[in-house]
Design a binder for this molecule. Structure first.
Ligand code: TXA
Ligand code: MG
Length: 324
């Protein structure tokens, strides 16, 4: 079983594992990541192995500072502006790779672009000490909900990895927003921890949406983040034996008969709801209910990302599809 060490005492052990080509689960501000040295093919392969990914989807390369980011990717002026505005933070930029950047091709699944972000907190310190980018997908087995606590990581991947670094519950609770440079414009590939509106305000233009070309974000396929229970969205009533995931102060009809009930945010605060989302889906799943009914969540701000994750969790399950 994986050892769990608090952030204050984990740095040296984590460094030793990464230098030896092994993986470590680390807290970031978004969700826990399963990290390996992005320049070490064995380390990267171990990430896929531990997650049981059905395919080699491209991973995010996490960097410690702007200099490291520019060593691996070619920044256009708009992307640079976003990096300066939001890093460290829950924003991932997909950019052309800098040739000869030393990143193992398994990280990028052979694409000529690379997804990169600068995380807050322990991850940033670890990468600075290692001196190399860390490849890190969310620390969950393939197709499962992203983990927002060290205990959730250990419960899922504990038998397959040696160390989980415990930084407490992740503050954002949703994965990063992914934006891709496309000519003079930027495209939203995945809504996430920074609201698209905030990005649009920072660059003074709208993001392109939908219709991304090619593989792009395979993790964006349906049936992702799936709990064991079925999910029923925008529920106005609660059926017999259903668990209820609430939002705000207005309850779905018949909510008292719910087999289990958790409220993402009584105050209808989307940031609070985002930070509770994955943990509450897991808790309600553990209640044993066949179906989790979910009250409507508005689409503004972080609501876009919350609704995106909910609809993936509710999508028909198809194990042949890749997921991250
Ligand atoms: O908040 C996060 O982003 C977390 C933490 C650990 O940093 N990471 C995360 O990684 O969510 P993952 O692997 O679960 O999702 C990364 C997404 C996938 O959908 C992948 O397909 C996409 O990024 N991606 C990676 N490289 C790409 C590229 N070159 N072009 C387009 N999409 C890419
Ligand atoms: Mg993931």
């Amino acid at each position: 079983m994986a050892e769990i060490l608090a952030v204050g005492e984990a740095l040296e052990r984590a460094l030793a594992l990464l230098r030896g080509g092994d993986v470590v689960a680390i807290p970031t501000e978004t969700v826990y990541g399963l990290a390996g040295d992005a320049t070490n093919g064995i380390g990267v392969a171990r990430i896929f192995e531990a997650k049981g990914r059905p395919r080699f989807n491209p991973l995010i390369a996490h960097v410690a500072d702007m200099a490291m980011a520019e060593r691996i990717a070619l920044f256009d002026p708009l992307s640079k502006k976003l990096a300066l505005a939001f890093w460290p933070g829950p924003l991932t930029l997909v950019l052309p790779q800098r040739p000869g950047n030393g990143i193992h091709p398994l990280v990028t699944a052979g694409l000529d672009t690379i997804a990169s972000r600068m995380p807050r907190g322990f991850g940033g310190d670890l990468i600075a000490r290692l001196g190399r980018p860390l490849a890190a997908p969310s620390a969950n087995s393939s197709g499962k909900i992203s983990a927002t606590t060290a205990q959730a990581v250990a419960g899922d991947l504990g038998a397959r990895i040696k160390l989980v670094v415990d930084g407490g519950a992740t503050p954002v609770g949703l994965e990063s927003t992914i934006v891709k440079a496309e000519g003079e414009r930027l495209r939203l590939l995945r809504p996430g921890g920074i609201a698209a509106e905030d990005i649009e305000a920072a660059i003074g233009m709208k993001l392109l949406r939908g219709g991304a070309t090619g593989v792009e974000a395979p993790g964006m396929l349906a049936s992702h983040y799936a709990p064991g229970a079925a999910m029923r969205l925008n529920a106005g009533t609660v059926g017999e034996g259903e668990a209820l995931l609430g939002f705000g102060s207005r309850r779905a009809e018949g909510w008292r008969r719910a087999a289990a009930f958790l409220n993402l945010s009584e105050a209808a605060d989307l940031r609070e709801a985002a930070s509770n989302l994955f943990a509450y889906m897991q808790d309600l799943d553990r209640s044993g209910a066949r179906t989790i009914a979910v009250e409507p969540v508005p689409f503004d701000g972080l609501g876009e990302a919350i609704n995106d994750r909910l609809s993936r969790a509710a999508a028909p399950r198809d194990n042949t599809q890749p997921a991250t």
